[in-house]
Ligand binder design. Structure first.
Ligand SMILES: *[C@@H]1O[C@H](CO)[C@@H](O)[C@H](O)[C@H]1NC(C)=O
Ligand SMILES: *[C@@H]1O[C@H](CO)[C@@H](O)[C@H](O)[C@H]1NC(C)=O
Ligand SMILES: *[C@@H]1O[C@H](CO)[C@@H](O)[C@H](O)[C@H]1NC(C)=O
Length: 266
């Protein structure tokens, strides 16, 4: 376990500032490393959705999975392999499921520091973004530090049994129907259920008009060590190719390889 996570931290987290723009500025590196040392917080998970409601729409979101699209966070059904089922077959690129972990949000103006939540937004290139709540609309969105810093970026946490995601101490997540009934909105991709945070605990009063809303739980489905390792290896391979121009030098010039990697990781 330790070696997997060690690799995980070395391969992904130290790469955040350069590869992803999540942490713009190295002065935060130290704080990040402290939280990064907490291995449990760094275990990557997907989000299973559960919804207990008498509403006839419940099946639209219950047993769903959280995906990231159009800078927003959505719920779609999932298949037996826990992969998102796209509302329309033609979706390109394919829907990207939330796959993320907790890490401190780098902002000196937030005191005490808040625990943020990041997710990959694509596997190739391997990019991480912050998940945040728009402070005006209360919808969940993803973006880099500049995009997120004015908004609600934490405190993200888990329930006592670590099974579900919380924000601001509670599970105030809801799904709001943002489809138009014809599937022409959102690029004709048929996306419908957007995730919001019911910040004021009043059913998103004044925030959603007459759009239907369902309360949902975002359950943490931990990725297996195998899945994590595979992703890490893929990411490392891609980074090596990128930092060296082509694969050939990777095998013929290990010394140059090391040097270049250092520059890359600055
Ligand atoms: C890691 O996080 C858990 C949960 O917040 C906390 O209880 C624990 O003390 C942390 N461990 C370290 C080493 O910071
Ligand atoms: C952050 O994201 C915004 C779009 O939300 C983009 O305009 C900007 O260039 C990005 N900044 C960095 C440093 O990647
Ligand atoms: C998430 O969904 C998968 C596939 O349906 C299921 O096997 C798994 O038990 C679920 N995990 C959680 C934490 O709900």
């Amino acid at each position: 376990m330790a070696s997997v996570l060690g690799l995980f931290i070395g391969g992904v987290v130290t790469a955040i500032p350069v590869v992803t723009g999540v942490a713009e500025g190295v002065s935060y590196q130290k704080q990040q490393n402290e939280e990064a040392a907490n291995e449990t917080r760094m275990i990557k998970f997907n989000m299973n959705v559960s919804c207990e409601s008498d509403d006839e729409l419940v099946d639209e979101v219950d047993q769903g999975i959280v995906v990231l699209r159009h800078d927003k966070v959505w719920i779609v059904p999932r298949d037996d392999n826990n992969k998102p089922i796209p509302p329309v077959d033609t979706i390109k690129p394919p829907l990207h499921a939330f796959a993320g972990f907790y890490i401190q949000y780098p902002d000196d103006d937030r005191f005490p520091a808040e625990r943020g939540l990041v997710s990959t937004i694509s596997d190739d290139p391997p990019m991480l973004n912050w998940i945040y709540v728009d402070r005006t609309t209360y919808e969940l969105r993803y973006g880099n530090r500049s995009a997120s810093i004015q908004h609600i970026v934490g405190e993200w946490d888990w329930t006592d049994d670590e099974s579900a995601v919380t924000l601001d101490g509670w599970e105030g997540f809801v799904a709001v129907d943002e489809g138009d009934g014809e599937g022409t909105k959102w690029g004709g991709e048929g996306l419908r259920w957007a995730v919001y945070f019911d910040k004021d605990d009043n059913g998103l009063k004044g925030k959603r008009g007459k759009k239907p809303m369902l309360e949902v739980n975002l359950e943490r489905k931990l990725q297996s060590e195998e899945e994590q390792l595979k992703q890490l290896e893929d990411a490392n391979r891609k980074m090596q190719v990128k930092s060296q121009g082509d694969l050939k030098t990777q095998f013929t010039a290990p010394a140059a390889d090391k040097k270049k990697k250092k520059v890359w990781g600055k």
